[in-house]
Structures are given as structure tokens and as C-alpha cells.
Design a protein around this ligand. Structure first.
Ligand code: PTJ
Length: 251
């Protein structure tokens, strides 16, 4: 147990969650490596939500409120770190969460399903497991399996820790793809419609707060928030943010 007074409490807590999820079979082996890579980029960002990330978060919230069928895609890492935060966000929308694993095994799917048992009883629709009989065109069989009422027909898909291939294939299907990825250079970040370069336990509660606020706004106001956003520009500004920060650092 990490003491709350430890200067790196938050980061160590996340590590504990990742290790625990690995030991219980929810997290893929590769999920540990992915987490380490994320930590490195978070150091470079200053472990904070940058103005560029906040910009993407606001656009995300507006798009999710405007959406007819928004779906939150989750995998091992997102369940390990922020399951309850994703459930809160889904409750403010249409309640749809879809399990979509890169390293898909029935065993991992069933373990994740069990973790959501209580949430499903209280109104969350957990998709992507038993009824995933549709396929993302161009993605090999198991990684491309999706639910008809979920990702397959979604207009907006939120994908934390996605791989670039699948993000690109979803964009090709005409969907608005929102990635959460600490690496601004990843294919996922570059291929998605909106990329939130932020740590997911930091940014998901912020998305939910803005969704709550934006649900009170009318469509025209929401369209104004979305209209001038350019993902490539926002990613370039993120890189500028990192380089300025590194250049001004004193060791
Ligand atoms: O659970 P599965 O089977 O779907 O597998 C999931 C992993 C993560 C193993 C799989 O999607 C994968 O291999 O991902 P990548 O290609 O390693 O990409 C993960 C990306 O997420 C990297 O660019 C990391 O910087 C980023 N990342 C890691 N932890 C976080 C993160 N981004 C936001 N918040 C984090 N906590």
C-alpha cells in the first residue's frame, strides 16, 4: 500500500493497479509495457493536463453530447486504471461501454465482464463480448470484432490506449474517433479525429465534468466549441509545449 504522503503517490497507485490487474488476468502482458511508455511521456508533459489536452477534452465532451450513438471502448489498461471513471462518463451519455481488446481472449473478456456485473445491474450496457458478431473492415478477425449496437454503428467512439491500425480503420468507417494517448507521436494520435494527449485517470473525470456542463447548452453553442478544432495543429502545439518545457528546465 502506497502512503498518500509519498511525492509520487498517484503514479505509484496507478502502478499498483496495473500490477494487480495483470495478476488477476485482466491486463495483457503488453499492457505493462504500454503503461511504462505512457509514464515516460507523462514525465515529458509535466504530469499535468496541458492547455492543448484541455482543448481536446472540451471538443470531446461537446462531440459526445452532440452524438446520437456514442460508445466508450475499453481494454485491459483502461479497466485497470479507470473503470469507475468510464462508468460515470457512460452514465451521463447513453450508458454504452464496449470491451474491445487488442489481445483478445475469452478468459480476459469474461474477467472484465465480471468486474462490470454491478454496473450492468444499475443500467450500464456492456457490449463487445457475447454479442460481438460484426467486423471492422480491414482488421484481422479477433481484433476487429465489434458489436452491432456498439462500435459498429457508433458515430463517436472514445478509444483509450488504442492501436493506430484500428483507430484508422474506424475513421475509414466514417466515425469520429477520439483517442486518449500520452504519446503525441503515436499512429493512434495522428490517425484519430481528436487526440487527447493526457493521462487517462486525469482526463476522463474532466470529460465527464464538461459533458455535464454541455448537456445544458443548445446545439449551436456546442457546434461552436467543435468548429475550429484542428487535430494536427493541436498535436503540433503539444510537441511545442513539451520542447519549451524541456528547454526551460533547470536540473
Ligand atoms: O488490453 P488490450 O489487449 O486491448 O491491450 C492493450 C495494449 C495497451 C497492450 C495495446 O493496446 C497496446 O499495445 O498499446 P500500445 O500500442 O502500446 O499503445 C499504448 C499507448 O497508450 C502508448 O502510446 C502509451 O503512451 C499510452 N498510454 C499508456 N498508459 C496511458 C497511456 N495514455 C493515457 N493514459 C495512460 N494511463
Amino acid at each position: 500500500m502506497v502512503p498518500k504522503t509519498h511525492p509520487r503517490y498517484r503514479s505509484l497507485l496507478n502502478r499498483d493497479r496495473i500490477v494487480e490487474a495483470f495478476e488477476s488476468g485482466v491486463l495483457a502482458k503488453g499492457g505493462m509495457i504500454a503503461h511504462g511508455r505512457g509514464e515516460t511521456f507523462d514525465y515529458l508533459l509535466g504530469e499535468t493536463t496541458t492547455p492543448e489536452a484541455l482543448n481536446a477534452i472540451k471538443v470531446t465532451a461537446a462531440l459526445m453530447v452532440l452524438s446520437k450513438n456514442p460508445v466508450i471502448s475499453i481494454n485491459g489498461n483502461s479497466v485497470a486504471l479507470a473503470k469507475d471513471e468510464f462508468v460515470k462518463l457512460a452514465r451521463e451519455l447513453n450508458g454504452k461501454i464496449e470491451v474491445n481488446l487488442f489481445y483478445r481472449t475469452t478468459e480476459r473478456e469474461q474477467k472484465i465482464k465480471k468486474l462490470f456485473e454491478e454496473d450492468v445491474k444499475s443500467g450500464i450496457t456492456l457490449l463487445g463480448i457475447d454479442e460481438a458478431d460484426k467486423k471492422i473492415p480491414g482488421i484481422d478477425h479477433l481484433r476487429g470484432k465489434v458489436s452491432e449496437s456498439g462500435i459498429y454503428t457508433a458515430d463517436v467512439v472514445l478509444v483509450p490506449l488504442e492501436d493506430g491500425d484500428r483507430a484508422e480503420a474506424l475513421v475509414k468507417m466514417g466515425k469520429t474517433v477520439i483517442a486518449i494517448d500520452l504519446n503525441p507521436l503515436s499512429r493512434t494520435a495522428r490517425k484519430s479525429t481528436i487526440s487527447i494527449v493526457d493521462e487517462l485517470t486525469r482526463c476522463v473525470p474532466l470529460i465527464t465534468d464538461y459533458v455535464v456542463e454541455y448537456k445544458k447548452m443548445d446545439k449551436l453553442q456546442l457546434l461552436k466549441i467543435v468548429e475550429n478544432y484542428k487535430n494536427d495543429e493541436n498535436l503540433k502545439n503539444t510537441l511545442i509545449h513539451i520542447s519549451k518545457r524541456l528547454n526551460s528546465m533547470e536540473i
